[in-house]
Every structure is written in C-alpha cells, then in structure tokens.
Design a protein around this ligand. Structure first.
Ligand code: PLP
Length: 484
C-alpha cells in the first residue's frame, strides 16, 4: 500500500469508526454469533492477490461487528467499563503509524520520555508518593507477574542468580484475598511460588475486604513453620464486588516480615483521579507497587496498564539485560524500560494516554467519573427501595451487585435456593439476549447474583434508568415463565 492509497483508505476507515460510534446505542450490545460462526465466514486461505479495501471494510461490518460485544455502547454494563475514548484511539493510530521501535532508549528516545512524562502526570493526579516511577504494561495480569517476580527475588536475595527457587531452603509464600482477581493466583503460579504457597486470607463477610488480623495470623503461622512470607497482593476494588482491602492496616503487617506489597487497583484505580476517593489507597507509601488500568474506566483504549513502583532498582536487578547491540553512549543517564518488565520490544503506548489526557482534559474525565458514581448510587437506591430486590454487596464505587429475590423462591428460612439461581440466570439471559443491555452474572458465596458495572463513557442517567426498567421487566417475565 502506498502512502496515497493509505491516505484514501484511512479516511474511509476513520469515517467508518465515527459512524460506528454514532450508531452504537442502536446495535445489540452482546456479541451475537455462535461458536465458529465468525471463522466459518472467512476464507480458509489467505488471499494470494490484494483485495480491494472496500471488500475488507464490508467484512468488518458484516462478519466482525456482530462478533463483538459493544463495550462502547451506553447500554453496556458488563464485566467492567472498557472505555476507548476517541482521543485515545487517535493516539493509538498515531502510535501504529509512527511504528516506533522501543527496544532501548536510543531506538526511540521520545517513546521512553513521553512515557516518563505521562506516567509522572498520572502519578501526581492519583496521589501516589513523589519518587514512585511508572511504566506502561499491556495488562494488570502482566503487571502483577512483574511485581511478584521482583518480590520473589527480593525475598530470596536474588536466588535467580544461583539455583533459583529450586535451590531455596524455605518455601516463599504469597498472600491475597479469595476475592482477588484470578490473574493474581495465576501470576503467583507463573512466578514459581506454587499453589501450596499461596494463602487466601479471610475476608470480612460484610465488606469482603481482607482482614488484617487474619493476614497477621497466616504470616505468623508460615514463619513458625519455616516458610518465608514474600508478598502480599492487596486488592483495591475486587472484580466481584469492588471490595477494598484496608491497605493502611495491611501494609505495616507485611512490613514486619519484609514482604512486598503489591496493590491491584486495576479497575478502581481510575477513581484515584478524584481526590475524595484517595482514601482507597491510604497507606500506599508503605507499599512497593501499584497497578491500575487506564484501559478500563478511565478510557484509554486497550491495552494500557500502569505499574508504579517505589524503587525501580528492584525491577532492574531482576529484569535487566544488556546485549551489546543495544548499548549506547546514553546508558546510565536514561531509563531503559526493557529492564522494568518482561518484553524487550515495546510499542509507543504512551501516545494514546498522552492524546487522551490532552484532548479530553483531566477536568472532563473527573466529571465523567463522578457522573458514573452518582448513577451507580442512584441505581443502588432504586434496588434498595424496590420490593423483592436486594443489594447483595455494599456499593463502594460504580459496580452494583444485586439480585431479584421474590419470597416464593427463597427457602423457608429466607435463604437463597437453587430455584432462585435458576431464576437469576433466566432473567439475566433474557436481558442480555434482548440486545438492549448487557450485565454480568457472577457467583457470590456460591449463589448467582448480577453485577451492573456502570461507567461506559456514553452512559448517562437515562440509560441507567432504562436498564433498571429492563431488569424489572425481565425478572417479572422470568417469574411468570413455567419453571424449567
Ligand atoms: N485485577 C482486577 C481487580 C480486575 O478487575 C482485572 C480485570 O477485570 C484484572 C486484575 C485483570 O486485568 P487485565 O485484563 O488488565 O489483566
């Protein structure tokens, strides 16, 4: 494709994206394809000869769009906000167009330095301590793995330079909440701690936040048994119910044992832009690392996850490499992000964050986040006031956890039942199948509930009100349907 051909096609594509965004409220929200349907609509072999751009665009519309859940729809209340602000999409396009190669500072100094600047902007905007440094990773899963690798090496005195974990005399242990995201357990396994050394510390049954006393007891028990506490992963905003572990109480306990404290605020971190929500990370000055995802609620298009660390030297001592072909006279004066994480080659992710913050401005982002909090509080109030409906977890941020509990589906003692589970799944399926909204069923204490995650960029109060009407309509209709 020549630059001129690119210019023509790109204009068409940008028009298509703008049109897609303009009509998104009218599209069915959930992906509406059967397994294998997308693949079956595509040719089995790659084309030998170039196809016209119009043919590709037609397939994008015909095959791909129905195969995608419309996370940018104002009716999207699923999983977590997965916002992709148009400003950040432009930054992503600029990044791809520039195609900078980030393998060393010298290969694209701007790639490193824009990243240093935007992560510093966001450090300050989120109230993280001065001196903490940030880097952009693909996901919170990777960020957690990086933090646990650093924790492992700190606890073992850089065992990787000897026989690795395999030659350590005492097992290293990791502590987290049973409510923590699955990526935490996965990172602990990938970092070699072993499932037998991952502790799921008790949570307060009401708030679902980790109990400091239970953490202290678990660490003490491990120490007494000859194991070495290495890391505590604190969840600030769990995936299920947005529970907030009390960092200020947990970090000093971890410090007694020299354990690394990683804060996973993947979803909730966006709220740190609001000064009134900074209490969520009280005590962070005693932590070692914190991750949050601008690619969730903030709205910087996937993939954009920030990992802040108190001391980057702890990453560098574990992850630095220095092959001769990457050396330059600037070494020693500049940041080499390849030494702060796993990949060598980095793309220019900072551009989408830079575009996003510059083109939208922080003030408008704060207004939007506060709007979402108010909308979630409004919905929670409706649920609390409605007969037969119940909030099943405290509302801490923008995720409303609810259930329709008609008396005839509860056990005699008022407890939930299998029949209630079937009812919940039936009305959720009706909501999601209608195409008019999308919410997520999720298990809580072994019973199904529904998470309504408010915060799509386009979602206003009217959309939340429409959702509430739809939920009630679907629940009543499911209640009338013959039991199956
Ligand atoms: N941590 C929490 C609390 C999350 O909610 C999620 C995703 O929902 C993750 C981690 C994983 O995020 P990522 O997809 O960026 O790995």
């Amino acid at each position: 494709m020549t630059p001129e051909e690119f210019r023509v096609a790109a204009h068409v594509l940008v028009d298509w994206i703008a049109d897609h965004r303009a009509r998104i409220a009218d599209l069915p929200v959930a992906a509406r394809v059967a397994p294998g349907e997308v693949a079956a609509a595509l040719p089995a072999q790659a084309p030998e000869r170039p196809e016209p751009f119009a043919a590709v665009l037609a397939d994008l519309e015909r095959v791909v769009v129905p195969g995608v859940t419309q996370t940018q729809s104002p009716h999207f209340f699923g999983w977590f906000p997965s916002n992709a602000s148009a400003a950040s999409v432009l930054g992503d396009l600029a990044s791809s167009g520039l195609a900078a190669l980030g393998i060393t500072w010298a290969s694209a100094p701007a790639l490193t330095e824009v990243e240093e600047v935007v992560t510093e902007w966001l450090r300050e905007l989120t109230g993280l301590p001065a001196g903490w440094r940030g880097a952009i990773h693909d996901t919170a899963s990777t960020a957690c793995l990086v933090a646990l690798l650093a924790a492992r090496e700190r606890a073992s005195g850089l065992s990787q330079n000897r026989g690795g974990l395999q030659s350590e005399p005492a097992p290293l242990t990791v502590y987290t909440s049973p409510e923590a995201h699955s990526s935490v357990g996965k990172a602990a396994l990938l970092a070699g701690f072993g499932a037998a050394n991952v502790r799921h510390v008790d949570v307060d049954p009401r708030t679902r936040a980790m109990c400091p006393d239970a953490l202290a007891a678990a660490m003490e028990e491990d120490l007494a048994a000859g194991r070495r506490p290495a890391a505590v992963v604190v969840a600030v905003g769990t995936t299920g119910t947005t529970a907030i572990d009390p960092l200020a109480d947990l970090a000093p306990i971890a410090a007694r044992y020299g354990a690394w404290v990683h804060v996973d605020a993947a979803m909730a971190g966006s709220a740190l832009l609001l000064p009134e929500r900074r209490w969520m990370i009280d005590g962070v000055e005693s932590a070692d690392s914190l991750c949050w995802n601008p690619h969730k609620w903030l709205g910087t298009v996937l993939d954009c996850s920030l990992l802040y660390v108190r001391d980057p030297a702890e990453l560098i001592s574990v992850m630095s490499t220095n092959p001769s072909y990457l050396r330059s006279s600037a070494d020693g004066e500049v940041t080499q992000y390849r030494d702060w994480g796993i990949p060598l080659g980095r793309r220019f992710r900072a551009l989408k964050l830079w575009f996003h913050l510059r083109l939208d401005g922080v003030e408008a982002i704060r207004v939007r986040l506060r709007r979402d909090l108010a909308n979630a509080a409004w919905l929670a109030a409706q649920v609390e006031q409605a007969p037969d409906w119940r909030l099943v977890a405290p509302l801490t941020l923008q995720t409303v956890c609810l259930r329709h509990e008609p008396a005839d589906l509860l056990d005699a003692d008022g407890a939930t039942s299998d029949e209630l589970d079937r009812h919940t799944l039936a009305w959720v399926a009706a909501v999601n199948g209608s195409g008019r909204a999308f919410v997520t069923p999720s298990l809580l204490d072994g019973r199904w509930m529904v998470r309504v995650s408010v915060g799509a960029e386009a979602t206003e109060r009217e959309h939340v009100a429409a959702l509430w009407a739809l939920l009630q309509e679907a629940a009543v209709a499911a209640g009338r349907a013959p039991a199956g």
